[in-house]
Design a protein around this ligand. Structure first.
Ligand code: BG6
Length: 478
């Protein structure tokens, strides 16, 4: 075993999940229906999450994995105890909006939903685990989609603000780290999942997406304002699906293409971290005939209430080319890019680039100079238990080791400021892009298959003890 320099004292090691991908219990204790419930596994999933195929309720002939998921709702004590056994300092999770406001536009919250998360947070604290809470991880109450059109409607800001006020007040002292919107740039690629947007025939899709994005950005600034007012100890972060674009060749056209594609993603963080719309976006909107309706008050909120830190998910780097002939695509986190011939890929075709994480960390640091938090990273793979039920997931250990080394270099060699690392899907859960259970990320195996069969029993994989040692040695024993 090689020894590496340690991570900073108080580095927040942990794991991450999202409500809809692990809780199940979709209709228990008053929870309302959400967009994430009605996205089935199978070939229609992508058109639905992209807002191109309408599915506003359960339909015959489909399997909806989020309904039961891995039943974290009833098993959270066991799961959190396992996280604690690995030595987690933090646990990133999300709250389901429709547990707290089942329809989304009520004036009074659902006490059972509030009580559930209070118990979860207390359970974390009991084990010395700091909760890191995503306020919306791809979820939006279906009622808000059917009646208001999702985030295209400005009224969503008010409903979200009410949600934030409720949870910041109720969980004061229990939660200090908050993320406003998971992978906010995903609104451009999976708008039904990211913002409850479904597009009617002939609609100006870009216009709707950027208007909805503006509403989310204002809501995010308002959440930051409220969080700080309610508890000055609160720290609020934005969250980006990151991964730097590389130009396919040194040809200036390719380099320019990579700059433009990076801006498509950084646009959101430019607003959340710097407090104003970047000129390149305003010019682009003008060229494309996009008119985003915004008030002076909105702009003031954006300016005054920037985030405390920048969080992001990182699975891979990306490649850009200006040449339409260069178009061999790789699979990727919802939005694919051109294939990089220098990289290996996962079983799902996601390319593996640990140095890309160091590059991404450096670029984000140089761009914003705000503390960062890696809140997702990991390998989705098929795990096959042996005759004793054990999973020897050396491939996952290898993936994580290389990414942790890259983080270590970014901190210790380059001097970026990184608050913590929560690997994605620390317990096996439902895949967001495919709806599969077979695509596993966890240190903890869950006995459940793509069709919903299985006992839901939890067991430790080989990576469980490995990660425990990583945390115990503060990243020096990999
Ligand atoms: C991110 C999401 O896009 O990637 C998670 O925030 C998601 O919700 C993760 O699960 C991994 O993607 P997938 O499709 O393999 O589950």
């Amino acid at each position: 075993m090689t020894t590496y320099p340690e991570f900073p004292k108080n580095f927040l090691w942990g794991g991450a999940t999202a409500a809809n991908q692990c809780e199940g219990a979709y209709n228990v204790d008053g929870r309302g229906l959400a967009n994430v419930d009605v996205v089935p596994i199978g070939k229609d999933r992508f058109p639905i999450i992209a807002g191109k195929k309408k599915m506003f309720d359960f339909e015959e002939g489909y399997f909806y994995p989020a309904k039961e998921s891995i039943d974290f709702y009833h098993r959270y004590k066991e799961d959190i105890a396992l996280f604690a056994e690995m030595g987690f300092k933090t646990y990133r999770m999300s709250i389901a909006w429709s547990r707290i406001f089942p329809k989304g536009d009520e004036l009074e919250p659902n006490e059972a939903g509030l009580a559930f998360y209070e118990d979860v947070f207390k359970e974390c604290r009991k084990h010395g685990i700091e909760p890191l809470v995503t306020i919306t991880h791809f979820d939006c109450p279906m009622h808000l989609i059917k009646e208001y059109g999702g985030w295209r409607n400005r009224q969503l800001i008010t409903f979200y603000e009410r949600l934030c006020r409720t949870i910041f007040t109720r969980y004061k002292g229990l939660v200090q780290y908050w993320l406003t919107f998971n992978e906010i740039n995903m609104i451009l690629h999976a708008p039904f999942m990211g913002a409850g947007l479904y597009f009617e025939e002939g609609e100006n899709v870009e216009q709707v997406k950027y208007q909805a994005a503006h509403h989310e950005l204002v809501a995010s600034a308002l959440a930051t304002k409220l969080a700080h007012e309610i508890d000055p100890n609160n720290k609020v972060g934005c969250m980006l699906a990151a991964g730097q674009y590389y130009p396919n060749t040194p040809k200036p056209d390719d380099v320019w293409e990579s700059v433009k594609l990076d801006r498509e993603n950084y646009f959101f963080i430019d607003v959340q971290a710097r407090g104003e719309y970047p000129n390149y976006a305003k010019k682009q909107w003008a060229r494309d005939g996009i008119e985003v309706v915004m008030t002076e008050e909105d702009l003031e909120l954006l300016k005054k209430h920037t985030v405390d830190f920048i969080s992001f998910s990182y699975y891979s780097s990306r490649v850009a080319s200006a040449d339409p002939e260069v178009n061999e695509q790789t699979a990727g986190n919802i939005f694919a890019s051109i294939k990089n011939p220098y990289l290996d890929e996962s079983e799902w075709g996601w390319q593996i680039d640990p140095l890309g994480l160091r590059i991404t960390l450096n670029i984000i640091w140089d761009r914003y100079q705000k503390p960062m938090f890696i809140v997702e990273n990991g390998l989705g793979a098929v795990d096959t238990p042996d005759e004793n039920g054990d999973v020897a997931d050396d491939y996952r250990i290898e993936y994580l080791r290389e990414h942790i080394k890259a983080m270590n270099d970014a901190i210790n060699q380059d001097g970026v400021e990184l608050l913590g690392y929560t690997s994605w899907g620390c317990i096996d859960l439902v895949s967001a892009s495919t709806g599969e259970m077979k695509k596993r990320y966890g240190f903890i195996y869950v006995d459940r298959d793509n069709d919903g069969n299985g006992t839901l029993k939890r067991s430790k994989k080989k990576s469980f003890d490995w990660y425990k040692q990583v945390i115990a040695s503060n990243g020096s024993q990999l």
